[in-house]
Design a protein around this ligand. Structure first.
Ligand SMILES: Nc1ncnc2c1ncn2[C@@H]1O[C@H](COP(=O)(O)OP(=O)(O)O)[C@@H](O)[C@H]1O
Ligand SMILES: [Mg+2]
Length: 259
């Protein structure tokens, strides 16, 4: 993991710990693994009377409470369940056990450009994605220019998104998301994708959202950046929360796991 070079000015504001915005209770999520075992594996399993594992537990009894104005970092190695947890909170995935309670409107970038359509232009995608994220047409009209300005890709706004580079795609997707003004904002890995000037701009915007009292959960591998951005960091390992608290301790905990 390369150390982050992104400067994060200031400190996160104090959250309102009396107001719960997200409550995840004993959430378990399993995925069916496709039955793609070879004939040989199946034969051996049958001979040994062993059941082949066909379910994978991506989240295993996760409890998480996020308060108003908190920015919670979510870290863990690949496959530890970070995206699955965000998707469960956003309602894209439904938990097998447990429940998720939310106060207010949730939006964000679950995956870069999720909800973007390759055969539509940037402009059309702003409207499509804005609608998916809960904005009305007139709200999007009002914010359209701000979104385009933020993305810095005005030149290409009427080009089909399939011709965009991944960086352009990311810029537009992030620009739409940060202009939707959700109560709870979920950010998955996108901060690692853009170039440095754009990352700085995203962080500045996240700070503004923090100051405005928004609640955020941010997944990133940029540990140093996250440590400065967040009021709290949660460490996931094999679908379980192994630490939840002080950002520095969380990062040290993850690094210790790697050793
Ligand atoms: N739709 C799916 N079907 C099957 N397995 C999945 C699916 N989505 C995620 N997984 C598995 O769940 C685990 C957790 O994935 P994910 O939440 O994406 O991890 P992270 O975001 O921390 O890298 C991974 O092992 C992944 O392969
Ligand atoms: Mg992920």
């Amino acid at each position: 993991m390369a150390p982050s070079t992104i400067d994060v000015p200031g400190a996160p504001p104090k959250p309102d710990l009396t107001r719960e915005m997200v409550r995840v209770e004993s959430v378990t999520k399993q995925f069916d693994l496709r039955h793609n075992h070879s004939l040989k594996e199946l034969a051996f399993a049958a001979l040994q009377r062993k059941k082949l594992k066909d379910e994978f537990t991506a989240l295993n009894g996760v409890d998480l409470t996020v308060h108003a104005g908190e920015t919670v970092g979510l870290i863990g190695f690949n496959g530890s369940g970070k995206s699955t947890l965000l998707k469960t909170i956003s309602g894209v995935l439904f938990p097998d056990e447990g429940r998720v309670m939310l106060r207010g409107r949730v939006a964000g970038l679950i995956e870069v450009g999720a909800g973007f359509h390759p055969d539509l232009s940037g402009r059309e995608n702003v409207y499509l994605n804005g609608a998916i994220l809960g904005m009305t047409r007139s709200q999007i009209d009002d914010r359209f220019q701000d979104i385009v300005d933020f993305s810095e890709i005005e030149e290409f706004i009427d080009t089909d998104v399939k011709y965009y580079s991944s960086g352009m795609f990311l810029r537009l997707a992030f620009a739409v998301a940060v202009h939707t003004d959700p109560d709870i904002f979920l950010v998955d890995e996108i901060l690692s994708v853009g170039d440095e000037p754009f990352q700085k701009k995203c962080i500045k915007r996240i700070r503004e959202l923090q100051v405005a009292g928004r609640t955020m959960i941010v997944v990133s591998h940029e540990l140093a950046m996250l440590q400065k951005l967040c009021s709290r960091i949660v460490v996931l390992e094999h679908g379980k929360i192994i630490y939840d608290g002080d950002p520095r301790t969380a990062v040290a905990r993850l690094r210790a796991t790697a050793a």
